[in-house]
Every structure is written in structure tokens, then in C-alpha cells.
Design a protein around this ligand. Structure first.
Ligand SMILES: [Zn+2]
Length: 237
């Protein structure tokens, strides 16, 4: 069951939170804090920072590494969500994979075991929502903008993707992309709860790589994901 909030209330929450962010503080006070707590309190969220260990993912020309970037954003999301009463489980909290200590495995074997271990962690946690965080890369450098991907394995995943995509557009002001189900991702295929992969931007776009290298922008991305969850759990579109 989702608890509905009027759009004006969510807008108030956004304004207060962004004002707090400008002051380098994410402490949201007064009635707005109560609204946030009421919406997210008690929710369980698994945040999956993609890659790690032997698999760094994509690397930008400026040297930003996907596995480092998405871990940083995942930690920011965790911190914000915990302030609002969520229980958050990260699938990794360092530069490692989950394939175990077996040096004879090939990279592809490690990736298979890593994905299975992440899926098992998600299943045993049984969260209300799964967010997997990645960064995009493409041969042509002109493409930019965060984008959410989902699979129809859970009927609410499309709604979750729409909420996150809306919040990313509103808060980062750097994406005109639409959610897409055109993705292959083991965690999304095996998830039994609403689940999304969020590509936070293109490391292959020099301007977006510079944005993502900035801690203030990463704060905005993290806040966008939290706002997207507020939209989702409050029944917003
Ligand atoms: Zn990735």
C-alpha cells in the first residue's frame, strides 16, 4: 500500500531539501522532515553499486572510474535514506566484487559468481526496492544524461523508473532521457520487488564526466534518487 501525498507537499519537501543542500547540510527540519519520514520510514532499500574489484566498469577520458563513482553515489544515497528512516543495504561497500577468494577463476566466471552473490543478497534482504547504480559509456562522446532501466519482472518497476527519471530531470537538470526496458541485467531479471538500474550519466561525455567528478553534482544525483523514491512511495507520477 502506498501513502499518497499532495504534489504541493512533495514540492515543499524538495525546496527545503535543496535549500539545505545549498548550505551543505541535508538536515531537513520541521513539518517537511515529518513528511519525509512518513514516506520513507521503515522502508528497506538495497542499493547496488555496480562493478568493483577486478571489474572497474567504464572509465572516462579524464580518469573517472565507474566502480569508484557509483560506490560514492551509493554511499550518499544510503546516508540520505538512513536520515529519513530507511534501512539500507549496500551490495558492496568497497572496491571488491562478491565472487569470493578464488584466484583461478576467469574474469567472466568471477562476474557470474559476483552477480549470483548480489542476487542472493537482494533475495535474503527482501527489500521494498532495489536500485542498481551504474554509469554509461558510448563510443560517440556527444551522448549525455542519466537514464533509468527496468524489466517487467515486477509490475511496479516501470512506475519506479518513471519516478526516478522524473526526479533526475528535475534535480540534475541534465537529462531529457526516458526510462527504458531495453536492458539485460541479471539483478533486474531475478528481482521479485520493484527494481531499477540507474545509469547516472555518460563517462564518455567529457562535460558529464566533469560533472560526475564534482562532489556537489554527486550530491544532486543522490538527492534525485531519494526524491524519486519519495515520488514512488507516495504514489506520485
Ligand atoms: Zn556499469
Amino acid at each position: 500500500m502506498e501513502r499518497a501525498l499532495p504534489p504541493s507537499t512533495v514540492l515543499l519537501v524538495l525546496v527545503v531539501a535543496l535549500a539545505s543542500a545549498a548550505a551543505r547540510s541535508w538536515v531537513v527540519q520541521g513539518s517537511a522532515m515529518e513528511v519525509l519520514a512518513g514516506c520513507l520510514e521503515g522502508r528497506v532499500v538495497v542499493v547496488d553499486p555496480g562493478h568493483g574489484g577486478v571489474d572497474p566498469g567504464a572509465t572516462g577520458k579524464g580518469g573517472l572510474i565507474e566502480s569508484d563513482l557509483v560506490l560514492d553515489i551509493a554511499r550518499r544515497v544510503k546516508s540520505l535514506l538512513e536520515e529519513m528512516g530507511c534501512r539500507v543495504v549496500l551490495t558492496r561497500d568497497g572496491d571488491y566484487d562478491l565472487a569470493g577468494d578464488n584466484p583461478s577463476l576467469s574474469l567472466s566466471q568471477r562476474k557470474v559468481l559476483d552477480m549470483r552473490a548480489r542476487a542472493a543478497l537482494v533475495a535474503s534482504t527482501a527489500p521494498d526496492v532495489l536500485l542498481s547504480i551504474h554509469a554509461n559509456s558510448f563510443p560517440a562522446p556527444r551522448w549525455f544524461g542519466a537514464q533509468c532501466f527496468y524489466r517487467p519482472t515486477h509490475p511496479a518497476s516501470a512506475h519506479l523508473a518513471a519516478c526516478l527519471q522524473r526526479a533526475l530531470a528535475e534535480v540534475t537538470r541534465n537529462t531529457h532521457r526516458r526510462p527504458s526496458s531495453n536492458v539485460e541485467h541479471y539483478l533486474l531479471e531475478t528481482a521479485t520487488m520493484p527494481a531499477c538500474t540507474v545509469e547516472v550519466g555518460f563517462l564518455s561525455n567529457p562535460h558529464e564526466e566533469r560533472l560526475l567528478a564534482d562532489a556537489g553534482y554527486r550530491d544532486r544525483v543522490a538527492w534525485a534518487l531519494v526524491l524519486g523514491l519519495i515520488y514512488f512511495f507516495s504514489g506520485q507520477r
